[in-house]
Design a protein around this ligand. Sequence first.
Ligand code: HEM
Length: 478
Amino acid sequence: MENNIACSIIYFLLFLLTALLFYISKKQIWKDIQKAKLPPGSMGWPYIGETLQLYSQDPNVFFANKQKRYGNIFKTHILGYPCVMLASPEAARFVLVTNAHLFKPTYPKSKEKLIGHSALFFHQGNYHSQLRKLTQSSLSPEALRKIVHDIEALVISSLESWSQNNQVINTFRLLKKFSFEVGILAIFGQLDAKYKEELNKNYSIVEKGYNSFPTNLRGTAYYKAMVARRKLNQILSEIIFERKEKKTVEKDMLGNLLNFKDKKGQTLTEGQIADNVIGVLFAAQDTTASALTWILKYLYDDQKLLEAVKAEQRAIYESNEEGNKPLTWAQTRNMSLTYRVILESLRMSSIISFTFREAVVDVEYDGYLIRKGWKVMPLFRNIHHNPEFFADPRNFDASRFKVAPKPNTYMPFGNGAHACPGNELAKLEMLILIHHLVTKFRWEVVASRGAVQYSPFPIPENGLPSRFWKETRSLTDP
Ligand code: HEM
């Protein structure tokens, strides 16, 4: 009896001590926040802030100049929102990883409406982690292994068609078509051509609206996009109906979404499935196409590097009986130079220059206050181009990746709970495309001054106009 009383007293004292410590630490955090000052920087004009300055020049120059002037953390006001920009690896990690719960993903409502509110990008917590697990497992190395041959077939037929008629083509535009088809493959497996065509047609209209002024006026790009978005739901509904009729259990992304049940046995609604399918297609297409366009440009600009990549790929080509045997997953894991070229291209081009979050409470970071409701932008590109982490950052040097970059300094695919689940697929399609391009084809870039254009991600001017043709001489000829 006495023992029980002593135990209860000890538990009670422990409880009091924990509560006291919690109270003190909360008070301390609150005091720190009260003491903290806003980061340096200028907020520009009332309402419009510095939006005009941002859009009247290359956004990357805008951010780089700000960083030079104010340091790694600075404030500004763009697109109607006060923002804090973060240009250090530690700050990016603070927002995206260690204190991610204090910052929520944020997108303009008009864009969220077009993709669909239930897409995983817009969520945090349980719903997000369930959908993320489903997406990640559909794009895991185990799942990708199974589609190497299908991606290879797509690569070969794309290159064959680009190289016909000796025409100058917009490389980015064709790579967009290619990455869309790879996205379709990852989501649906083999899909009927009529559905592919319908999805592509309506998706292109949605995309045009995504980058236009949001208004519900009939005839505008945004209005048409909303109509096309509803049509996409109908097409997906038909595809799902057909699958259910066939009663086959597919292991692709759509199959995983359809078969999902949470702990309470709840399944996903058709609307939730549609939003996530469109969301993944959206995330997969322009990103991969922009990155691939840059890779082709960097390789073309450095013929010595191209020869070295060719030599690496030629060895694999020869071991596959002059391309008569298909590429294997293991071979794609064994293309070290080509892989480093991809990593360096992603660093140099930093196509996702930054991302957005919003502070859900007042947060103190490094003595500065980030106010609740302010947008927070980790600047990936500034970090990738900081000479402290990447020597001579403007120079394309694939060999720098012989050594792993310092932690949190290399984030082409983001970091933390929302980091890109499609990164392995993106790299796989790049490796396979490079393999066939350099072993069987040649290309020539036509009329490129090396300028950058935004589409919305940075791409070489005019989509890198190029001419492709088939190598006639056998690679093993002397
Ligand atoms: C070179 C190609 C790609 C790049 C550079 C890229 C980059 C990124 C980045 C930086 C993020 C994180 C954004 C943030 O934290 O706000 C992200 C998220 C995402 N990416 Fe990618 N991505 C690429 C290709 C792909 C592909 C091929 C897919 C799918 C097949 C994909 C699907 C997604 C999805 C679904 C998300 C949202 C994840 C979440 O919110 O949990 N991406 N991507």
